[in-house]
Design a binder for this molecule. Structure first.
Ligand SMILES: Cc1cc2nc3c(=O)[nH]c(=O)nc-3n(C[C@H](O)[C@H](O)[C@H](O)COP(=O)(O)O)c2cc1C
Length: 356
């Protein structure tokens, strides 16, 4: 006899890791005879909620982005209706790596703590709290992992996730996500910085190079509806969450993280920002070691960075038609070189697990 009538899992996934995790949990639920519904929350559209006469267990699976839950999942959880069930669980996929035979974990930061806190405020009790170190897909930051490494990380994580599911289904609680609490709290300022500034800057580093044939797959696939055509070329809006779906799905490998341009953005931003701060300090005779000034200058910094990145991104986007610009962007983008590799998808990772 199961404690719950059904299992509802809501997930968001850039490259399939959270999706695969949701699928493994649903699979275990089916083995126990539980009805399971696995719902992708792309664009927050067409989301099925459990009917009021059901007694469901609800789970949320999502990637970690900048030591936070993926922002679209945070928005979904913030707007999640109250009283649909009593118990919920959270699973965040992180950047797993492998060094020789050693599996290395990612870092959660606020990725589990904040959603758990919001759900608690809504009256839900969190009975599972699990990070899973699936292969890192943060391709602008590091080269894609080798296929063999991805496979071995997947084999290990599948066992972990299935065990986690069975533990929860048998009525036990699991709070593995709390093991790293001291580190997670320590890096919480970085989580905040990424959330209020870093992610917007990142969104402005994506560009389609001259291999783009306007197939529109990136636009269709984007889970946040953040890519549009501007001047007949894909253009990334500030709402992009850098989930890597576009970059890793593009059949032409035309989407790049423009590293050279990001460095240029950064240098120009630092120069302009320093000038603004010097001007304000001189004009208003502000003492730079006053606490409120430090906060204001940080906010000016973050706002300025986003504004400048947006402005320079527009210029880069429109001047991609010029030969020197398009070659400069291409040859200063590490993602454009074959040695950098992209995320290697596992076949089973792509299977459709929407209803099990
Ligand atoms: C923009 C971005 C930020 C990331 N930030 C983190 C992070 O802070 N900590 C971490 O462990 N992994 C981080 N990762 C790695 C992903 O969370 C990880 O690869 C995850 O398994 C991807 O899941 P998905 O395939 O379902 O999107 C990041 C990835 C991206 C693309």
């Amino acid at each position: 006899m199961n404690k719950w009538d059904s299992l509802y899992i809501y997930y968001i996934s850039g490259t399939g890791n959270a999706r695969a995790s949701a699928g493994w949990i649903a699979d275990e639920a089916s083995k126990k005879g539980m009805k399971s519904v696995v719902q992708q929350i792309d664009r927050l559209e067409n989301i099925l909620m459990p009917p009021p006469d059901e007694n469901p267990l609800i789970g949320f699976a999502f990637p970690t982005h900048g030591f936070n839950a993926a922002p679209i999942m945070l928005r979904f959880i913030a707007g999640f209706p109250r009283g649909l069930c009593k118990e919920v669980f959270l699973l965040n996929t992180r950047a797993g790596m492998k060094l020789s035979k050693l599996f290395l974990p990612g870092l959660s930061g606020m990725a589990l703590l904040l959603p758990a806190f919001i759900l608690r405020l809504k009256g839900y009790k969190c009975i599972g709290f699990r990070p899973v170190d699936l292969p890192s897909n943060w391709i602008p930051l590091h080269p894609g992992l080798k296929k063999i490494v991805i496979e071995s990380i997947f084999v290990r994580c599948e066992k972990i996730v299935r065990k986690f599911a069975n533990k929860i289904f048998s009525g036990e609680k699991e709070y593995r996500g709390l093991f790293s609490l001291p580190v997670d709290l320590l890096i919480s300022p970085v989580s905040l910085g990424y959330y209020i500034g870093g992610r917007f800057f990142l969104s402005k580093t994506f560009i389609a190079n001259y291999n783009c044939n306007n197939c529109g797959i990136c636009i269709k696939e984007c889970p946040t509806n953040s890519i549009k055509y501007v001047g007949n070329r894909p253009y990334w809006k500030l709402t992009c969450e850098s989930c890597m779906r576009c970059l890793n799905h593009c059949p032409k490998k035309a989407i790049e993280a423009a590293h050279g341009m990001a460095v240029a953005f950064w240098i120009i931003f630092t120069l302009i920002n320093a000038q603004i701060i010097i001007f304000l300090v001189n004009t208003f005779e502000i003492q730079p070691d006053v606490w409120w000034w430090k906060i204001i200058s940080e906010l000016i910094g973050i706002g300025g960075m986003i504004l400048i990145a947006t402005f320079l991104y527009r210029i880069m986007h429109f001047s991609m038609g010029l030969k020197p610009v398009k070659y400069l962007v291409r040859f200063t983008s590490l993602t454009a070189f074959p040695f950098w590799r992209r995320y290697w998808f596992l076949k089973k990772n792509n299977k459709n697990t929407d209803t099990v």
